[in-house]
Write a protein that binds this ligand. Structure first.
Ligand code: GDP
Length: 445
């Protein structure tokens, strides 16, 4: 995501990063390059121009020129301006004073609306809410099926109206209206309504969404747009906002090699916050949009916050305590190792995770981090018996051959895994001893 933009900004800012003094000449040159990087990323021309002018105004401020490390301050100004451009602060979804909260989801066909409705239901459910989804995209029978499948995967009810022949009844307003009533009756706290999109903005589509809006009085209208469509995304957002007065934008497909222009221009052109970003086809590939975190990623500063959040989701405190105990007492076995690997895997790809650590972001792009390596370790452990996982020391020559064969690998792969595991255990022992010491002398504990 945003790789090219990151690289170009990085290159542009290299000019000044190491400079002890910033002068008019390198400011002008750097700003030209920053602007070019933004334009290449398909950022709206006016937006890019305003951006560089603002940074320039900050940088040429006298105080800044005399500062100790002007290069870093320069980068900081670019960062601040990026955060501002992306919307400054995160904006949460609106909530109804009296449930159910009605969320209307609109956008062009193929933008990722239906997928997003499923993802949002999943996201809200994980937060303890009780969403329900409604299939008001009644023209494409497949859309209703798709939503039913997604709802089944998430484990939330779905509202649809089908005729005796099983075909969806073509009255989107009725579906939406009845869905809200049904959500209220069932005591669901949120109803998410999926609507029909067309390939291009057209009046009939807009009229229908406007009618649904009138009938259901949504608390939140989200406009879903494919980030890969660049400037078109901005224009479509404007068209929808003019008719619907949307509350927020959802950018999908930010995982693709989008140049990022949409993300960077939408906020200032449409003046509505980006609330979510879709980063893949799976149900959990949805992140709340935080301008500061996104700017950090664009500038390759790493995204520690979302890294920590992801880690917290996977590792709870009680379990961490249990693991610590196992490290100390050397009871940590291959089964535990396997379980931990699953959790790391659930957090995303190894490369993505490493990319979020500050300083690693840039370096990692050149290295081929191999998620395959994970799969190999997994396959080997899966091929072991429970006793072998608990007591790896009993794994002798014939067991090694059997394990390798079961995993479709070589004996030396088993050897390598066991060696790595032994070394890891040694390291953990040393680390937990050190930690133990620290705690014993800490007077605040
Ligand atoms: P709709 O017509 O707006 O309802 O769009 P769909 O939800 O059917 O999505 C269209 C296609 O985009 C599907 O193949 C989805 O799997 C895919 N898609 C949706 N969101 C994302 C995303 O965030 N990333 C990627 N890579 N694909 C997505």
């Amino acid at each position: 995501m945003f790789d090219t933009l990151s690289d170009k900004l990085d290159a542009a800012l290299k000019n000044v990063k190491g400079e002890g003094r910033i002068n008019d000449l390198n400011i002008a040159e750097t700003m030209r390059e920053v602007r070019r990087a933004l334009l290449d990323a398909d950022v709206n021309y006016q937006v890019a121009k305003d951006f560089t002018n603002k940074v320039k105004a900050h940088v040429t401020d006298e105080k800044v020129l005399q500062a100790v490390n002007p290069g870093q301050q320069f980068v900081k100004h670019v960062y601040d301006e990026l955060v501002y451009l992306l919307g400054d602060v995160h904006v949460d979804l609106n909530q109804a004073k009296r449930p159910p909260t009605v969320i209307l989801v609109a956008g062009l066909q193929g933008a990722g609306k239906t997928t997003f409705v499923g993802k949002l239901a999943h996201f809200l459910k994980a937060k303890g809410r009780s969403p329900m989804v409604a299939a008001a995209d009644v023209y494409r029978p497949a859309a209703v099926d798709q939503l039913e499948t997604l709802a089944g995967q998430v484990g939330v009810p779905v509202f649809a109206i089908r005729g005796a022949d099983g075909v969806p009844v073509k009255d989107a307003v009725a579906v939406a209206e009845q869905a809200v009533a049904e959500a209220r009756r069932m005591g669901r706290d949120t109803i998410i309504i999926d609507t029909a999109g067309r390939l291009h903005v057209d009046e009939a589509m807009m009229d229908e969404v406007v009618a649904i809006k009138k009938a259901t009085e949504p608390d939140e209208i989200l406009f879903v747009v494919d980030a890969m469509t660049g400037q078109d995304a901005v224009n479509t957002a404007k068209a929808f906002n003019d008719r619907l007065d949307i509350d927020g934008v959802v950018l999908t497909k930010l995982d693709g090699d989008t140049r990022g222009g949409a993300a960077l221009s939408i906020r200032s052109v449409v003046e509505k916050p980006i609330k979510f970003a879709g980063t893949g086809e799976k149900l959990d590939a949805l992140t709340e949009f935080y301008p500061d975190r996104m700017a950090q990623r664009i500038l390759g500063m790493g995204d520690v916050v979302s890294f920590v959040e992801k880690a917290q989701e996977q590792f709870d405190a009680e379990e961490a305590e249990k693991l610590q105990r196992k490290f100390r007492t050397q009871e940590f076995d291959l089964q535990d190792f396997y379980d931990q690997l699953q959790k790391i895997k659930n957090m995303g790809s190894l490369k993505d995770l490493l990319g979020m650590i500050p300083g690693v972001g840039k370096a990692i792009k050149q290295i081929d981090v191999d998620d395959e390596a994970f799969r190999h370790i997994e396959a080997l452990i899966q091929s072991m018996t429970p006793v072998e996982r608990a007591q790896p020391e009993i794994i002798n020559g014939s067991r090694r051959r059997r394990i390798a064969k079961g995993a479709g690998m070589e004996v030396q792969d088993v050897n390598a895994l066991l060696k790595q595991f032994r070394e890891m255990k040694k390291l953990m022992k040393t680390m937990s001893k050190l930690q133990g010491k620290g705690r014993a002398v800490d007077p605040t504990q």
